[in-house]
Design a binder for this molecule. Structure first.
Ligand code: PLP
Length: 452
């Protein structure tokens, strides 16, 4: 056999880039890129093979809620690995039961039991299957500005333009418009008089055409994440929930991005006291250190499942390493008062953004809750003409790409969707680091101002 011991020189960044370009398939991208090679991270910072440091104003994919390398999460994974790495999902396991009990503790009162998955897509897949099974109906209503995952069903639910990359969607998806107050549907200027922004009236209208008896569930991100940090107006979620209840339709809250303190509460629905029938989550549950997602259901659904098998299962459901990391992350958030810190830092961040808006004409809208924020960039504040068109790519997205490049070269990691920059730092970022990020953002926005 060949001696391969020196065949893979793991620390040569050029080799890492070569292999990345030629042998690694990257999500949602054209292949062949040669990225920066990240060699370490701590807290709100990560660094590359040249020793250059970056402030993570995105918490990676909005999952590193407790930042990088949190010692309590790492220790819990190590301890669990020493004890028991894997045991089938049907067997009892202390960390599995403990995480299920914690989920019961922190989810809304009506939500009492949890199925563990490997991430958000699998959580949503399972949620729609349970909803169809429980109601005996097939249609699912999902919104246009949404991302629910990349597996077959979850990508079909997704309204994000990436869903156009596939050819065969799961049947039975009906689309609803979004409560996007900054850009209401044509002809509307007042959210209070707009059925779409009110929620219930728009849903009622759809149901008139669809027949409510055929609709199993409405799935929505209580605060839209990937597609531009869209916070619904007051009363929206309550109105959707009331309409769902009227017709026996389940409400599924996809809290994959917004959950676990991201908005300053355990779940975004808590801002409005709404109790969905199913909550899905992932990402921030353990800051992404090990793959983990959840699908949590109401007591009614759980009781019904006592007599009917759960229509789903995964080899890695309730993986002990993942559960141990989830327990440690949630306990760390409780011990470190992370939700209160995220609320305070979020307020500071938005105050600073309003200060920046006084000098940057490109800032059209500032929105968010807690550490889940976005700024929408425009060419003209009066007309609200977007800085780049919806879902722009390539040259059409140049000002946005230029800004991301400038920020990265200056040590700030940001991301965007269409004309919205998302600002989602770790929940435990220090005030000093937050201000460092804002200062680089301030300079970055000068690029967009040139188009105003
Ligand atoms: N739902 C929402 C709201 C998300 O933001 C994401 C991922 O970004 C998903 C579902 C899919 O989660 P995953 O990538 O863990 O499958």
């Amino acid at each position: 056999m060949d001696d391969l011991s020196n065949a893979y020189p793991t620390h040569d960044p050029e080799w890492v880039r070569d292999m990345h370009a030629d042998h690694y398939l990257q999500s949602w991208s054209k292949q062949g890129s040669r990225p920066r090679v990240i060699t370490g991270a701590q807290g709100s910072w990560f660094w590359d093979s040249d020793g250059k440091r970056y402030l993570d104003f995105q918490s990676q994919l909005v999952n590193a809620n407790l930042g990088h390398q949190h010692p309590k999460i790492i220790q819990a994974i190590k301890d669990q690995a020493d004890k028991l790495c894997y045991i089938s999902p049907a067997m009892g396991s202390d960390v599995r039961s403990e995480l299920a009990a914690i989920m019961n503790e922190i989810t809304p009162d009506n939500i009492t039991s949890t199925f563990f998955t490997t991430g958000g897509s699998a959580a949503n897949e399972t949620a729609i299957r349970v909803a169809r099974h429980y109601t005996g109906r097939t249609k699912i209503i999902a919104r246009y500005r949404s991302y629910h995952g990349a597996t077959g069903g979850a990508l079909s639910l997704t309204g994000d333009p990436r869903h156009h990359l596939t050819r065969a969607d799961m049947p039975g998806i009906v689309r609803m418009l979004d409560p996007y107050v900054y850009r209401l549907p044509t002809g509307h200027t007042d959210p209070a008089k707009c059925p779409v922004a009110q929620g219930g009236p728009h849903l009622e209208e759809l149901l008139m055409y669809e027949n409510p008896n055929t609709v199993a569930a409405v799935i929505l991100e209580p605060i839209v994440g990937t597609n531009g940090i869209i916070v619904p107006p007051e009363g929206y979620l309550q109105s959707i929930k009331a309409t769902c209840e009227k017709y026996g339709i389940l409400l599924i809250a996809d809290e994959v991005m917004a959950g676990f303190g991201r908005t300053g509460k355990w779940f975004a629905v808590d801002h409005w006291g709404v109790q969905p029938d199913i909550i899905t989550s992932a990402k921030g549950i353990n800051s992404g250190y090990v793959p983990l997602g959840t699908m949590s259901v109401s007591t009614e659904i759980h009781d019904w499942l006592r007599d009917t098998p759960l229509p789903g299962g995964l080899t890695y459901a309730g993986h002990p390493l993942a559960c141990a990391s989830g327990v440690a992350a949630i306990r760390a958030m409780q011990e470190e008062d992370t939700l209160a810190h995220a609320t305070a830092m979020g307020e500071t961040l938005r105050t600073e953004l309003h200060r920046l808006a006084e000098k940057h004409p490109c800032i059209g809208d500032i929105r968010g809750k807690g550490m889940f924020n976005g700024i929408e960039l425009v060419k003209n504040r009066d007309t609200r003409e977007p800085l780049v068109p919806f879902a722009a790519k390539g040259d059409a997205a140049k000002p946005m790409n230029d800004m991301m490049g400038y920020a990265m070269n200056n040590g700030l990691y940001l991301s965007f969707f269409s004309n919205v920059i998302r600002l989602t730092p770790p929940l435990n970022i220090s005030q000093e680091d937050l201000m460092t990020g804002i200062e680089i953002l301030d300079r970055t926005l000068e690029i967009a101002d040139k188009d105003c």
